[in-house]
Design a protein around this ligand. Sequence first.
Ligand code: ADP
Ligand code: ADP
Length: 224
Amino acid sequence: MIEFQSVSKQYCAHAVALRDVSFNVAKGELVYLAGPSGAGKSTLLKMIAAIERPTGGAVLVNGQDIGKLGKAGVPFLRRNLGLIFQQQKLLNDRSILANTMLPLLVTGAARAEAERRARAALDKVGLLDRARALPLELSGGEQQRVAIARAIVNRPQIILADEPTANLDRASADKVLDALRAFHSVGVTCMISTHDELMLEREVDARVIHLDHGQLVQPAQVAP
Ligand code: ADP
Ligand code: ADP
């Protein structure tokens, strides 16, 4: 479903964010992307969404080469992606429900149908009872779960979450991960980045892709 073929990304002469990265993610897989700050995690996720383009190699999503995607192709690609990125903030002057309905209204859904589906999405992340609250009345972890509801309300095939547990305490982080895992369990392909290796300790069965200085680190090289 997601394929990186010797992908490199050089922002400028002195900023090489990814070097020769190759991996595959199958449909329905849950993959964690681990590595310290600056390792290239955001860059890698942005390339799947065509927010950044590779400077070498190819990124394929559903067999389609993202680097060759024209302007008209980008909205089609993103319709299949649920993006949870730090820069995509909630609108603080609108309710949780209104925030969650937004992606549906933008793609032309009727209001009543949008509200029904947004409520279903909020229910899935455990926040239906806060539907009328404003974002700033919620904790950081709850806001992050609203961001997940908003990202999945269009029923995307793939969820990309960039450091969704950053700045959260352990209990809130676990709830955010539980919400993401719930969508994985119904067949959604998930990639979740983190700089917190401790968070992955309990994910014993999970597939983890390790990045460091823009390169994949093979499991044998990861310090115990
Ligand atoms: P991570 O998400 O693992 O923290 P990033 O993908 O954000 O890593 O960054 C990888 C490297 O690319 C860093 O050295 C960063 O400074 C650089 N970088 C990221 N975005 C840009 C940009 N827009 N322009 C120049 N350099 C960038
Ligand atoms: P619908 O009648 O639209 O299918 P549901 O009550 O089944 O509504 O809840 C579906 C909600 O769950 C959607 O609005 C969406 O937010 C979210 N969702 C996203 N992806 C999936 C999926 N693969 N399976 C089930 N629900 C999903």
